[in-house]
Design a protein around this ligand. Structure first.
Ligand SMILES: Cc1cc2nc3c(=O)[nH]c(=O)nc-3n(C[C@H](O)[C@H](O)[C@H](O)COP(=O)(O)O)c2cc1C
Length: 151
């Protein structure tokens, strides 16, 4: 397994985005998992991870994603070498907390030694662009050769 796509979603948009990214990655070995069903011990620093995460509450992670990130805080695994990219989802009507979910995820992985690659995507549900269309373009901007070196 070379690319692990993890999604955190309340209403299903991030899941659709994760599936669209997987479809776009032809030629790669890809898995798609819901963060709510993903155990912290499954994080493998040798693999490239794509985090697809929406934002809820007052700039919080989606409810289903919280246990994974709470477990990261509790266990503090060494994620040195883990390379990841983030596609965040939010809505600019929440101007103070726009896209905070993906930013929280990136900060937590970085704090444990992970390295973020590529552009941090921030989809805006109030914008014109469909999240899956934006994600299909975004995935081709990722430095996949460098992300997958050694994976
Ligand atoms: C109750 C509620 C709270 C939200 N809070 C925020 C927020 O604080 N910041 C933000 O950028 N987007 C916020 N959003 C927008 C969602 O993150 C956005 O619609 C996203 O596309 C939903 O993805 P999902 O279907 O995967 O959950 C909120 C949406 C709802 C319904």
């Amino acid at each position: 397994m070379r690319v692990v796509i993890l999604f955190g979603s309340e209403m299903g948009t991030a899941e659709k985005v994760a599936e669209a990214i997987a479809e776009e990655m032809t030629g790669y070995e890809v898995s798609v998992s819901d963060m709510s069903e993903f155990d912290v011990t499954e994080l493998d620093p040798r693999l490239f991870h794509i985090i697809v995460c929406s934002t809820y509450g007052e700039g919080d992670l989606p409810t289903g994603a919280e246990p994974l990130f709470e477990a990261l805080d509790a266990h503090r695994p060494d994620l040195t070498g883990l390379r990841f990219a983030v596609f965040g989802l939010g809505d600019s009507v929440y101007d103070n907390t726009f896209n905070r979910g993906g930013e929280i995820a990136a900060a937590k992985l970085t704090a444990l030694g992970g390295t973020q690659l590529g552009e941090h995507a921030r989809h805006d549900a109030s914008g014109e662009t469909k999240p899956t269309a934006m994600a299909r373009d975004w995935v081709h901007t990722l430095p996949l050769d460098s992300a997958l070196a050694g994976a």
